[in-house]
Write a protein that binds this ligand. Sequence first.
Ligand SMILES: Cc1cc2nc3c(=O)[nH]c(=O)nc-3n(C[C@H](O)[C@H](O)[C@H](O)COP(=O)(O)OP(=O)(O)OC[C@H]3O[C@@H](n4cnc5c(N)ncnc54)[C@H](O)[C@@H]3O)c2cc1C
Length: 501
Amino acid sequence: MLRNFSVLGLLCVVTSGAARGSCANCCAKLASSLPGKVFSPDSAAYEASLASYWALQEQLITPSCIVSPTTAIDVSTALKIIVPDSCKFAVRGGGHGTAVGVANIEDGITIDLRGIDTIVLSEDKEQVAVGGAATLGDVYTYLAQYGVSIPGARAAGIGVGGSTLGGGFGYFAPSQGLAADSVAEYEVVLANGDIITANQQSNSDLWRALKGGGSNFGIVTKLTFNTFPLGEVWAGDVFFSVSNETVQSTATALYNFASNPDYDENASVFVLYAYQNAPVVLVEYTYTAPVVDAPVFDEFEAVPGQLLNTTAVTTIPTLSASSQAQSPSGFEQITFAMTFVNDEQMILEAYNIMIAASSKLTGVAGAAIGLTLRPIVPSMIRPDDVLGLEVPAQGLIQTIGSVQFNLTADYSLMNNVADQMLSDLEAAAKRLGVYNRYIDMNHAKTEQKVLEGYGSQNYELLKAVAGKYDPKGVFQNLMPGGFKLLWVEFYILAPFDSSDH
Ligand SMILES: Cc1cc2nc3c(=O)[nH]c(=O)nc-3n(C[C@H](O)[C@H](O)[C@H](O)COP(=O)(O)OP(=O)(O)OC[C@H]3O[C@@H](n4cnc5c(N)ncnc54)[C@H](O)[C@@H]3O)c2cc1C
């Protein structure tokens, strides 16, 4: 590997007393139990799986083998081999995560869930059961035929499983809540291979923990969502020529939009302040009904300097595909997330922090940095999830940092750029008294303490649920990718024996 992946650089062999196996052994056992579904580094299927990750740094990680289950039983079979042999593993859904090693593992086993992608709509169209690695584009397209949808994340290639386990802010969050809030039931394969369902009546503690708790409890093979009726929408991007006036006007418009006491729940926007050879200001609008130029966007539409306006009546599948096309794969990507209480001064500081960081990009091939500012408004909040979001009347601004570049050789430099932006944002928010503890898991940087940001009550709940359903800490220790609870007793891995299965 080209980079030091700290914990991911650990050997595949995990010791709990004596060494308990190796990845080569695990791969051989998997190949014999799941014939035709285990791929080694010399195979085309292995190469194709790696090439399909969105971020280059994930494509460059080379597992010992890749397992491609197509059913929950396959996943169970795989865990019953991997876990007792203490092999390190990663779980891959849609492959759009950016935290290093989030869904792939050097010298370990990568479980590529993409074969688990069925989509089944109930007869009354009120629920849809979706395979753990179906993509949002496929789900939106399938459901659009029936005039319904689910409140998932934006880009078509994103995995439903990964994005929903992290919360999932999307087009419909103001009216429907987050993706996780619409999940009525999860099918989960636990560390010991048991396949269970979690809903409000059965295993309800796990059901709740999965609504934002990430990959700390098991491998999710099916998510059953409540649907809602949907027809056409109005949406698109507006690009502006950048001037002090544009920046000031977008900041004022964003503040007023998010703090509007009569917030229109069909409407959502984000403002992107970016730098790619030059500063960029972009506003993305979505109105979840075919209403052109709804009055709620008036203040944004009055911002001077419009260069290009792509807004139109469209459909969610089209919008989602276009969102994906605007974010091509194969680049090095670093993202981070922070949240602040809606405040115009802080919005302007965010722009200035991004501009200050742009001075470090000279000579970096393909360098682009950006801060996406998205309102979190009170109507998005539901009681069942574990994110611990408390939204004041003026709203919160979720801030997503992105740093993109071409070459792995620039990783260290660009990682410093990301770290600097994040610490400057946090410092500014604290100075202005608008810092909020919430960190969006779906865009967090590897080392950000996402789960602690849910508040101590939710954090304790997550630890208790993980301790109950994964008492030996398999998803903490053997599966290092993702945002972990990592409480200290789980560092000491108890030995496995046949009674575990
Ligand atoms: C272009 C682009 C646009 C985006 N837009 C949005 C957006 O609008 N809203 C939003 O909320 N996020 C958005 N995201 C972020 C995205 O939601 C996260 O990156 C998410 O983690 C991706 O899930 P995945 O399954 O595709 O990724 P992966 O990298 O495959 O998985 C991410 C994590 O989830 C785990 N995981 C995945 N599936 C399962 C499963 N079935 N069971 C257990 N663990 C699983 C993996 O182990 C890994 O830890 C965007 C990302 C990109 C690249």
